[in-house]
Design a protein around this ligand. Structure first.
Ligand code: PEP
Ligand code: MG
Length: 763
């Protein structure tokens, strides 16, 4: 049996099960690994009636090498190589997705490798050879005719690739074990989620299970095993739900309820059964369906659907553990020392499950969708890098890693140069921290006597705990939606009261300004139905929701009144767009105060109601608003976004319009003057308040109160302590006469010349 036609006859007509058996016999048979590979491609050409079957294996440096072929020139074996992303084979490896093309040569990714003699073949079907998350190679078949491949054919080839993955990842391919790229340092660039650097060993957030047996001996047996494992998993979930530890409603309970629903999904279990009937073992079938779901949903960005995908993966994992309790869950073992958590994505609450003394950094395959994890990570001061392509394929549990949040990169198995960079950065950071800690109890007064109130922004209790550490004078912005974001169910009045009370207890007599729910836009609450909108940032969000569903806003106000329990209460509304909106919201609070009074609830000692200035329309009515509000607070992130019509989260827009643009400064000046004329306080609480140069400019414009993330308090205080604000004010006045799209460089030079520079924090 030498030519393709002979092998075709040998395997034809046996159906997928027979084909798998053939393959298993080849694998288990004698001969050298190369002999077995050669026989494998023969069996596959025969079984699928193909004219070509080739196996490309991954080599170090993300190269793919042709290791066996039936149909292409044999001289090309171990000679034809391509990079990940190069040609159709490289594209399959890079994307991890199968490809079936009737006319391969007209595909934009097609690349011609003359030594293979493949120019006579028109159609091509290729699938990744994957084990765990890692792509180990690509399996390809080709035909001379322009043939349309069916979905069943693609599935058959994918099943064969699963079997092959065992052989390849086991290091049986000549040169492959030593050459797989393991051990060599790799740098992966991603997107910055939080800054800072950390070193540690990779800890997998979700354990992976190695499947040792792929081809079924007896499908009926495998179906029985599946049924047993499935009912054992159900029992275990029921037991967990009934356990006293979970008796109270809570996030974990909701998760388990969701699992139970998924576990009963007839479609899911039906697909697993089908895969078993196709010749796979129960474990391989679960894995197969899991991979399919993941591939199908790879491009979906909707955070709700992505979360469901995670749930499906979790349930599949549980089922695998019930199927083979003895199988090794890779990654469950805790690596020694400090950890860098690696995951596809991570929920904001999940990060809290890990020992904070050992969790030093987080690296994620997905970036923007998990942005809420940033809020928690920032509070814990943990660097996070997201958007790291193929991270899970590249990293093995226990691998040494460096997460560099400052430059949005991760070093896998880092070399000495990466370690040197880490050491230098850590030394600088330790020095800075000690320096800022020494300033903690000093009031922020400039050399010319301008006293600034430095407050902090918070959204979680761990943030609140930072207040005495950084020396903040209170909380200028408590984002109430953050606790809602980490919960699957909407907190009722009682739960909200308890939470706000805890915040107030932790802050003692320092002031706290609560912002009413700012949901919508990029903050989609899991417990809330957000209709899809074309422009969510301009849509049904923030106060608009509260005005349309008064019960939501009133319940929150009720909870705040109860939590204040006789203490002063400060609350403000986000995204106020008209004075009328503010007036209506305020009337809701009056109703709640009356209600509380009539029920004998202790009323707050004082009530201050503020408006956030974030929308250009309200700036044009700022004098009228200032007459009605007790205080103003500028959400400069949104105000900048709406004034310049530039998405605050969009990477392309970042830095395009400067916050030190004279137009923006004019707007800020106008708001400050309106507040001052109405004799009410005004605070800036957007990101710019936490950047030293911007903070100085705000002080020069007349602002006396700034609210920022806790880690910014030190650098901003340092800048104020060394800067003559009245001098800067005059210089700013002078600059207004010169047209420019940003005063940044001139302001920076002005400060540097006067030796007021606070170092690299002046950006
Ligand atoms: C702002 O918009 O500047 C602000 C402080 O609110 P958030 O960032 O929560 O939208
Ligand atoms: Mg805002």
């Amino acid at each position: 049996m030498t030519g393709p036609s002979a092998s075709r006859d040998a395997g034809r007509g046996g159906g997928p099960r027979l084909m798998l058996r053939h393959l298993r016999d080849v694998m288990a048979g004698g001969g050298s690994p190369q002999d077995r590979l050669d026989s494998t491609v023969k069996v596959i050409t025969g079984a699928l009636g193909a004219e070509v079957c080739s196996i490309y294996v991954r080599r170090s440096g993300n190269l793919l090498e042709l290791c066996a072929t039936e149909g292409l020139n044999r001289e090309a074996v171990y000679r034809t190589r391509m990079r990940f992303g190069e040609g159709l084979v490289g594209h399959i490896a890079e994307t991890g997705r199968s490809l079936a093309l009737a006319d391969a040569q007209n595909h934009p990714k097609f690349a011609y490798f003359p030594e293979t003699g493949e120019e006579i073949y028109h159609s091509l079907m290729g699938v990744p050879i994957r084990r765990l998350e890692r792509v180990h190679g690509v399996l390809v078949i080709q035909h001379t005719t322009a043939r349309e491949y069916t979905e069943e054919e693609v599935e058959s080839l994918e099943t064969l690739a699963m079997v092959l993955a065992e052989m390849i990842s086991g290091g049986e391919i000549p040169g492959s074990a030593a050459n797989r790229g393991e051990g060599s340092p790799v740098r992966i660039a991603g997107t910055r989620i939080t800054g800072g650097m950390a070193v540690g060993r990779a800890r997998l957030h979700r354990p992976r299970i190695v499947i040792r047996r792929v081809v079924a001996e007896d499908p009926d047996d495998e179906l029985r095993r599946l049924t047993d494992a499935h009912s054992a998993m159900h029992d275990a979930l029921d037991k967990l739900l009934d356990s006293t530890a979970l008796a109270a409603a809570g996030e974990h309970r909701d998760v388990l309820e969701t699992y139970r629903i998924i576990a009963s999904d007839a479609g899911w279990i039906g697909r697993i059964r089908e895969a078993i009937l196709g010749g796979l073992t129960a474990e391989a079938a679960v894995q197969r369906v899991r991979d399919d779901t993941r591939t199908r949903m790879a491009g979906v960005e909707d955070p709700y659907i992505r979360e469901r995908l995670t749930d499906f993966e979790d349930v599949a994992l549980r089922l695998l553990q019930h199927l083979s309790p003895e199988s090794d869950p890779v990654g469950e073992a805790e690596p020694e020392g400090d950890w860098i958590l690696i995951a596809r994505s991570l929920g904001p609450a999940e990060i809290l499950d890990y020992d904070p003394t050992r969790l030093k950094g987080v690296a994620l395959e997905e970036g923007s969708a998990t942005a809420h994890v940033a809020i928690v990570a920032r509070a814990l001061d943990i660097p996070v890098v997201g958007g790291l392509a193929n991270l899970l394929g590249e990293v093995e549990p226990g691998d040494p890693l460096i997460v560099d949040g400052n430059h949005a990169q991760v070093f896998v198995r880092p070399g000495e140069d990466a370690h040197a960079l880490f050491r230098a950065s850590m030394a600088a950071r330790t020095f800075e921290r000690a320096h800022y800690a020494a300033l903690r109890d000093r009031p922020a007064i400039s050399p010319d006597g301008v006293a600034m109130t430095l407050l902090m922004n918070a959204g979680l209790l761990i943030d609140v705990a930072q207040m005495p550490v950084v020396g903040a004078e209170g909380i200028g912005l408590y984002r109430t939606e953050i606790p809602f974001l980490v919960r699957r169910e909407y907190p009722d009045v009682e739960a909200q009261t308890a939470l706000y009370r805890q915040v107030l207890v932790s802050t003692g007599d320092k002031p706290v300004t609560f912002r009413t729910l700012d949901a919508g836009g990029d903050k989609r609450l899991p417990s809330f139905i957000h209709e899809p909108e074309e422009n969510p940032a301009l849509g049904w969000r923030a106060l608009r929701i509260g005005l349309d569903v008064p019960s939501l806003l009133r319940q929150q106000m009720r909870a705040l009144i109860q939590a204040a329990n006789g203490r002063p209460l400060r609350l403000m509304m986000p995204m106020v767009t008209t004075v009328e909106e503010f007036r209506t919201a305020r009337s809701f609070l009056d109703l709640e105060l009356e209600r509380a009074d009539s029920r004998g609830t202790v009323l707050p000692a004082s009530v201050a109601v503020g408006a956030m200035v974030e929308v250009p329309a309200i700036v044009l009515a700022i004098e009228a608003l200032a007459r009605e509000a007790d205080f103003l607070s500028i959400g400069s992130n949104d105000l900048h976004q709406f004034l310049f019509a530039a998405d605050r989260g969009g990477e392309r827009m970042a830095g395009r319009y400067d916050s030190l643009d004279p137009v923006f400064l004019d707007v800020l000046r106008r708001i400050q003057q309106a507040a001052s004329a109405a004799n009410i306080p005004v605070t800036v609480c957007g990101e710019m308040a936490g950047r030293p140069l911007e903070a100085l400019v705000l002080a020069a414009l007349g602002y006396r109160s700034l609210s920022m993330s806790p880690i910014s308090i030190g650098p901003v205080k340092e800048a104020i302590l060394h800067t003559n604000i009245s001098g800067l004010s005059s210089y700013l006045e002078f600059l207004t006469k010169s047209p420019s799209s940003s005063h940044r460089n001139r302001l920076r030079n002005y400060l540097a010349e006067r030796r007021f520079s606070a170092g690299p924090t002046y950006v």
